[in-house]
Design a protein. Structure first.
Length: 397
């Protein structure tokens, strides 16, 4: 039984923006009068639309007694029953005090009554509640049922600015098995990330529960999502790029798997220092300097084995255009980290080898670059904040 009626639509996180709904004030259809044979009276009338979240909802009989009343929110094959009580005289039913209906939801009412002669009568009606004029959703990563690296940060981007940040953060629950403390951190009004104090332990099962339906994120702006998703943390892989030494040491479960020669950012276009997390993997992609603030210095349409590290355009990728002697000896890139590759991409190249062993959520840390530390909200850079500062960004503390 759902108390408070905060159950809602199980909507996908990546495809359910939803149009603004109507805001009519009439809650009954015109001409929907009670038939003479109806001994059970239901409010709202059958077929009513735009019923407010606070009702009224009531079932009554003039005589006899109500035997059973079931009011259920019906959506996506699930049934969430409204908690309510039949009055002591048996003539009426109402929801428990403080109950609020879910917004933009359909309800069914089924009631059975006994008259003075013990004869049963039944009534079935439906109504729908008001659709908010404005709604918000949270876009979530990683994907449901995915296997990720130990550095994965649970990140929500909202389609509208969130004013009531504590209410929204409270409505998102991130738990794990084995259990660890997971805390949210806000970056402005449209992004909320969750992580533990240290990288996830390999094999951890993480569950993300969204109870955003009907949560008021800002004045007049309500959430519409109710969903439970999860992912699994795979093996640990952390790679350390030393920009001075032009090397990348790849550690798998704490053991050195390989040390690969790399090229990092040139003196005028250095690579960020700090911990970065792989968020996207491309067998091949186009890299155009104009999309990340450069001029026409480069436009490479077939960059192989590309792994995104920041939102601003830092990648770790295959490089077939630089001379093979560059890797391990010089930094010549526009800020990315390059591994030797062949045109079209080769699985036997250093880039192909690393790409095939990389998961979304793996950590790549850059040290000894003559640049600043990557911002914690540039990609999944939150690991660069010490735990006390991370927790200070929660709206619940």
């Amino acid at each position: 039984m759902v108390t408070g009626l905060m159950a809602g639509l199980a909507t996908g996180l990546a495809g359910c923006t939803g149009a603004d709904g109507g805001g009519g004030v009439d809650i009954s259809l015109p001409g929907k009068a009670r038939a003479p044979g109806d001994v059970i009276r239901v409010t709202p009338e059958d077929g009513s639309r735009a019923v407010p979240a606070d009702g009224p909802v009531e079932v009554r009989v003039d005589s006899g007694r109500l035997e059973r009343v079931t009011v259920v929110q019906v959506e996506d094959g699930r049934r969430a029953e409204v908690a309510g009580e039949i009055s002591a005289d048996g003539l009426g039913w109402r929801p428990r005090p403080g109950t609020r209906l879910a917004l933009a939801a359909k309800y069914s009412v089924d009631a059975v009554a006994l008259d003075g002669h013990g004869r049963r009568s039944a009534r079935h009606t439906t109504f729908t509640t008001v659709v908010p004029g404005s709604r918000f959703i949270g876009y979530f990563k990683p994907e449901n049922r995915s296997t990720v690296g130990t550095g994965m940060i649970v990140s929500f981007g909202f389609n509208r600015p969130i004013e009531n940040r504590a209410e929204v953060e409270r409505a998102i629950r991130v738990t794990s098995e084995p259990p660890v403390e997971v805390v949210g951190h806000w970056f402005g009004k449209e992004r909320l990330d969750f992580r533990p104090a240290a990288y996830w332990r390999p094999g951890t099962k993480v569950t993300v529960e969204l109870a955003l339906r009907d949560v008021e994120g800002a004045p007049g702006v309500y959430g519409i999502q109710r969903k439970k998703v999860g992912f699994t943390v795979g093996r640990s892989q952390v790679s350390l790029v030393d920009a001075e030494r032009h090397t990348m040491e790849v550690r798998r479960n704490g053991e050195v798997l390989a040390t690969l020669p790399v090229t990092a950012g040139a003196p005028k276009t250095t690579t960020y220092n700090g911990k970065m997390v792989v968020t996207e993997l491309y067998d091949v992609t186009r890299m155009d300097g104009r999309t990340v603030g450069f001029g026409g210095e480069y436009d490479i349409k077939d960059v192989p084995h590309a792994m995104r590290l920041t939102d601003s355009g830092t990648f770790l990728h295959g490089n077939y255009w630089a001379d093979a002697s560059t890797f391990g000896s010089a930094n010549v890139s526009h800020g990315c980290v390059g591994l030797r590759d062949e045109k079209g991409g080769s699985a036997d190249s250093p880039a192909g080898w690393f790409f095939d062993r990389t998961l979304i959520g793996d950590v790549v840390e850059v040290v000894n670059s003559r640049d600043k530390e990557v911002a914690p909200d540039n990609g999944l850079g939150g690991w660069n904040l010490e735990w006390s500062r991370w927790k200070a960004g929660s709206a619940l503390r």
